[in-house]
Write a protein that binds this ligand. Structure first.
Ligand SMILES: [Zn+2]
Length: 339
């Protein structure tokens, strides 16, 4: 098959009129259409036909977009495995089925967004359980400077910071699906007395996850009516609101501290861009070492990289580890002949 990055990732068989598999696209133009997880940039815009995704992803996507869709959690030649990015996230293992003479039966692994770390309530992606000849992987943090402390260390540092600042409100920023729930989780383990307040959008995602997991997960953040007269509350807001005027005004008025959470916290500019008092590299993606470890565990013949430092990481895989690796550039063909 040919792998292309167009609208989403296309796996195309020679001679077929439509792509065999399309993953994480806005238009469902594949014979099989996969949604790896419920982040907005990975879901179909228009009401699609049947998609391959987890039940959790279907439920969360429906709650967030208001549009339901038919789904199956497997299809002939396609298997989903946990990707460890957010609740319901899956990597797709795709068998090539067009080897009529049986001589070429490559297996493809498309990771979607992924993390190999066990975090809070989420199990990480297990690359040792994946058998694939071609690996298509996201490489958001594919540079050696993006090495993060262990999850244990990070969660302990965040808990300590919350405990050290127990006499004032704290404003924590993370995206609504994923980071915001982990922050609620960590805040609750850091302090059971302090109230956690969340935005309506985060509260909606909480409810969607609770429903999608049949109550296995529960988040205690309460939507606030007002952010006035705060004492020691922990307020969790979407990261795109970090510099909003109303947020800055509330932080100043309530004598609060602001904390940002992202792998980009390794860059000093992250702190200034969000005007944070403190930042922590808490992430739902792999760091550099985890990306390398993933490739070595799967040990594919070919690696295609997408997102983030795709070129630099493919370069490292070739020069330092001897893999055949190429970045998947949008709208460029990546044919075997180009090697
Ligand atoms: Zn994502």
């Amino acid at each position: 098959m040919t792998v292309r990055y167009r609208d989403g990732i296309h796996f195309e068989r020679e001679g077929d009129s439509e792509p065999h598999v399309v993953a994480d696209a806005r238009s469902a133009v594949g014979t099989v259409n996969v949604v790896s997880h419920a982040h907005a940039d990975h879901t179909f815009r228009s009401a699609p036909e049947t998609v391959v995704c987890s039940a959790e992803t279907a439920a969360i996507a429906e709650a967030r977009t208001g549009t339901g869709f038919e789904f199956v959690d497997a299809a002939p030649g396609i298997e989903l495995v946990p990707a460890g990015h957010v609740v319901g996230s899956r990597a797709a293992i795709i068998d090539r089925e067009d080897a009529s003479d049986g001589t070429d039966s490559q297996r493809y692994c498309y990771t979607g967004d992924f993390s190999t770390r066990d975090r809070c309530y989420l199990e990480g992606f297990d690359p040792h359980a994946v058998d694939a000849d071609v690996l298509v992987m996201e490489t958001t943090y594919g540079l050696p400077e993006y090495r993060f402390p262990t999850q244990e260390t990070l969660e302990a540092e965040i808990s300590d910071w919350i405990g050290d600042n127990d006499d004032r409100p704290l404003f924590l920023f993370g995206y609504s699906l994923g980071r915001a729930q982990k922050l609620q989780w960590i805040a609750r383990s850091a302090s059971t007395d302090r109230e956690t307040l969340v935005s309506d959008s985060i509260h909606d995602v909480n409810r969607a996850i609770e429903t999608a997991t049949d109550g296995r997960l529960e988040f205690l953040g309460r939507p606030y009516d007002t952010l006035r007269n705060l004492t020691d509350e922990i307020v969790i807001l979407p990261s795109n609101q970090a510099r909003a005027d109303w947020v800055e005004a509330a932080v100043a008025r309530e004598n609060a501290l602001k904390a940002g959470f992202s792998g980009w916290a390794v860059d000093s500019s992250f702190r200034y861009r969000g005007n944070y008092d403190v930042t922590f590299p808490l992430t739902d993606h792999c760091d550099f070492d985890e990306l390398v470890a993933t490739v070595r565990a799967i040990d594919p013949e070919v690696v295609y990289t997408t997102h983030g430092f795709d070129e630099a990481f493919a370069d490292v895989l070739e020069t330092e580890f001897g893999y055949r690796a190429r970045p998947l550039k949008r709208d460029q063909t990546t044919l075997e002949e180009f090697w």
